[in-house]
Design a protein around this ligand. Sequence first.
Ligand code: HEM
Ligand SMILES: *[C@@H]1O[C@H](CO)[C@@H](O)[C@H](O)[C@H]1NC(C)=O
Ligand SMILES: *[C@@H]1O[C@H](CO)[C@@H](O)[C@H](O)[C@H]1NC(C)=O
Length: 328
Amino acid sequence: MAASHFKYFLFLVLVTLATLIVIPTTHAKLCPNYYNQVCPEALTIIKSVVQKAISRERRIGASLLRLHFHDCFVNGCDASVLLDDTPFFAGEKTAFPNNNSLRGYDVVDEIKAAVDKACKRPVISCADILAVAARDSVAILGGQKYWYPVLLGRRDARSTSWDAANKNLPPPFFSFSQLLGLFKGHGLNLKDLVVLSGAHTIGGTQCGVYRDRIYNDTNIDPTFAATLRNRCPKTGRDTILAPLDSTSNRFDNAYYTSLLFKKGLLHSDQELFKGSGSDSDKLVQLYSQNSYAFAADFGPSMIKMGNIKPLTGNNGEIRYNCRKINNF
Ligand code: HEM
Ligand SMILES: *[C@@H]1O[C@H](CO)[C@@H](O)[C@H](O)[C@H]1NC(C)=O
Ligand SMILES: *[C@@H]1O[C@H](CO)[C@@H](O)[C@H](O)[C@H]1NC(C)=O
């Protein structure tokens, strides 16, 4: 081969390589089989650790689901929520919606250690662990019909923001239009808002959080409110828990039925049903009548939420420890 031909050949090889490498990384999309080659046992291990944690304490499934939500709504699904505060910056853990409220960090650590051990190196991101643990919790607490395929390939953030967590997470006193506005800001629509709020079919909330609702709201069932006031006084006992719906250990559609009877525990829950015949009302009615309709819509909305601004390609990193950014 003449020297100039060889150079041309080399050029073509380089262009081809660059196309193969650069295009998939800059346009990387999440996919369900991301770990099949690098660590085929990853998802099985996550599920078994989640199962064990739920057997120890059933509520932890709810806490893991909420962690994924609070991760995705603050600068995307990038595990920024898991970073501990350092002397140099305040992370999201102490932001108002999270402080003394988010839980499950230790289970995430347990999952990360188990998966990294099996893979013999850290290949799984903490952001993907949150997405899978949320799905597994839903399927374990609700059964197979609530299972959905999780898309994978997220990487972990190297930064976090206390301010962003305060701005981007919905507080329980939000009105319907405030809730919808916030969800739209994250690329989610009215249906996503109603479907994803169905996550409040599991878990609990603290007296200090729902107090205003049971003392000040008018669109609340009086007997329901009176019962709750017995356990949650006007002052004190701030951390006493109440279940978010009547079957808070099971992922089902009872949450929506409770809204029809003005028994939503958070003000934001009851905002989704006011009996005015709105589009939101109609969705609440549908899901309360048909758990299969709820199950069919929940997975796709979770996948949509899980797609909020993931870091892919060369952005971010795969953390060694979910609580800390890598040190090199
Ligand atoms: C629509 C706006 C939402 C608001 C205003 C909201 C607010 C809240 C509040 C205030 C709590 C109780 C916190 C406490 O008392 O410490 C809570 C709990 C919870 N939230 Fe939400 N949330 C919303 C949407 C969501 C979404 C989209 C998900 C998941 C997809 C979710 C999952 C959960 C779960 C599972 C719990 C119970 C956690 C546990 O028991 O540890 N929430 N939420
Ligand atoms: C978070 O909660 C702790 C009490 O557990 C409190 O000392 C601290 O001030 C809170 N942080 C913020 C930012 O509210
Ligand atoms: C209820 O509303 C009153 C009057 O606006 C307010 O003073 C009070 O702090 C609110 N919350 C509770 C729990 O009473």
